[in-house]
Structures are given as C-alpha cells and as structure tokens.
Design a protein. Sequence first.
Length: 134
Amino acid sequence: IEMSKAPLLYYLWYLEKRFKGEGWVTNPRSGKHRDLAFGKELEDCYERYGGDRRSLKRLQDADGEMLGVTADTLRDMRSKIKKAITMVITDTELASPYLVEDSRPSVKNPGGKDFRVALSPRYIHIHSGLHDNL
C-alpha cells in the first residue's frame, strides 16, 4: 500500500497507540484548539522514523516550538490513510480492520468521537531499520 510520508507516520502513530493499549485518540475540539501531548508524540515518531520536516512544521510555530496537533490535521490524515488503504483493499469488510475507526463516543470531548485503528494489537508488528519490534 503506497502512502506519502505524513499519512504513513500518522498511521504509524495510531498503530503504536493501539499496540500499547486501547489506542483511542480524542480529537482536539474544532477550531484553533491543539493537543500538545499528541503533537509531541507525533514529533517523536517523525524523529524516530524519518518524517519530512514540512509536515512536522504543521505542529510547530515559526521558532520550532511545539504547538500541537489540530482536529483538522488528524481528520485530514485519517482521510488520506483511508484513501490509500481502500485503493488497494477495495472490499470494505476486508479493509475495515486496517482503517481508523470512530465507533466510540468521546470520553474527553462530549459530543465528539474517539478514534483508533480497528486491528487487534496482537496483529500489529512494527519494524524499522533502527528499532526492534515495538
């Protein structure tokens, strides 16, 4: 499955969160609200796995200080992830375990939804040239 660097790194971030626990991610509230903790986690992914600087700058201010990630950015990346996966796995039922699901009402953001990769953590194995399986 071909995916550009930024969506791939966001997908890796979702996979890591799912591998380490339930994996639910709450979107920041809409508008200009940002989630600093998620931004730092994504920055760490970029550094560990070689993300492009342009995409990382979406999370930072002009001086390189971490601002965090917005709901719009997370929504945009989930859309790009879904598009890349469903272009290859066209059957909805077969693709669904690999997609980011939104089936849980948000705990942190009433009226919103929480998101995670549907795949069971036992099927997630992440390898890189620098690190062992997570």
